[in-house]
Ligand binder design. Structure first.
Ligand code: UDP
Length: 340
């Protein structure tokens, strides 16, 4: 994974002096994306205070950091944490992002989007710290075809009363709260990344039955078990490799002047779930059978049909340009999975 960190730091070296000796509060820092962010900051000599309650984060993601003097872990629910330390940046990533897992913990999912975001924003204001919130493509809900690829100014077609609403509305209320803070505190930098499906080593490390589709398929293929496609497999996602995602998030946080607060960060190559299943099977040389209309282990009633970001804003203002295609990224994930 040293290769991944090198790839990231090479792309964000120009911000090195904004990171060195600065303190970053990272909520959800033991999660998949959070832990990669911790690694990146530490490798550029920043300091990290990581807060995680391990509902979906994993100790394995951060155990290699525990001896680093610049890394501090607070094992607490951020919603109830009294936090008085001085920080230069607040990165609010804590959330439960896997559909089966947020359906299992609906109230915690809502709390972190309301109470957690309010706490994180208050800490940013108190410290005059730059603020980054990781929102989601789910704020767009289930967009019609003429809104795919989806731009940041599309308002969304979201069910507020259903099996994905605890997650989608939690992120939407966070965005609304950030909007209010921007009005009230114009001198502080508030940034929002709308993240599309992201994958890489450490994805859903401890959560096999609650895992996201890509890691589930890799696991099923490597064990020669049936690959379980829900529905007809024509639904799409756009998969962004973790290094590209971290580069995009870092640029969004650290770039000085931007004319927008919200940026889609993801890969804009759209792939159907059936294509993904076939590619995983091919790359693992698996004997698994691909099953269509498999029985889901969570409620897929509001499963979005298509998800693909329009990333022209991020390309233009951040110079964001995802480099790792699905073929290459999957090969790396398969290697990582085999070693674990
Ligand atoms: N999916 C699937 N088989 C599985 C798990 C998920 O076909 O075993 C599909 C799911 O219906 C959805 C897509 O894969 O259309 C992505 O699901 P994921 O859980 O990764 O998260 P989402 O992108 O929906 O938040």
């Amino acid at each position: 994974m040293i290769q991944e960190i090198d790839e990231i730091t090479k792309e964000i070296e120009k911000y090195a002096d904004k990171i060195e000796d600065k303190t970053f509060l990272i909520t959800g820092g033991a999660g998949f994306i959070g832990s990669w962010f911790c690694d990146t900051i530490l490798s550029l000599n920043g300091k990290v205070i990581c807060v995680d309650n391990f509902i979906s984060g994993s100790k394995k993601n951060i155990e290699h950091l525990q001896r680093n003097k610049r890394f501090k872990l607070i094992k607490k629910d951020f919603c109830t944490l009294k936090f008085n330390k001085k920080v230069d940046y607040v990165i609010h990533m804590a959330s439960i992002a896997s559909p089966p897992l947020y359906q299992l913990h609906p109230l915690q999912t809502l709390d972190i989007g309301y109470i957690g975001t309010k706490n994180a924003l208050s800490i940013a204001v108190k410290n005059k710290a730059n603020f980054l919130f990781t929102s989601t493509s789910e704020v767009y809900g289930n967009p019609p075809d003429d809104q795919v690829p989806t731009k940041e100014d599309y308002y969304g077609y979201v069910n507020s009363f259903g099996e994905r609403s605890m997650y989608d509305e939690s992120k939407r209320v966070s965005e609304a709260m950030i909007y209010s803070f921007i009005k009230k505190y114009p001198s502080i930098k508030f940034r929002i990344a709308r993240i599309f499906n992201t994958y890489g080593p450490r994805l859903d490390q401890d959560a096999s039955q609650y895992g996201r589709v890509l890691i589930k398929f890799v696991q099923q293929a490597l064990f020669n078990q049936p690959i379980t496609v829900y529905g007809d497999g024509k639904q799409t996602r756009s998969f962004c490799y973790i290094t590209d995602q971290i580069i995009g998030l870092s640029k969004l946080l650290l770039e000085d002047d931007l004319p927008f607060n919200i940026f889609n960060i993801g890969n804009d190559k759209e792939t159907s779930i059936l294509e993904l299943a076939r590619l995983v099977k091919e790359l693992t040389k698996s004997k698994s059978e691909i099953i269509l209309n498999a029985k889901p282990n969570y409620d897929i009633k509001d499963d979005p049909r298509r998800r693909c970001p329009d990333i022209s804003r991020a390309r233009k203002y951040l110079g964001f340009n995802p480099k790792i295609n699905l073929n290459e990224g999957l090969k790396r994930v398969i290697e990582w999975y085999k070693k674990h």
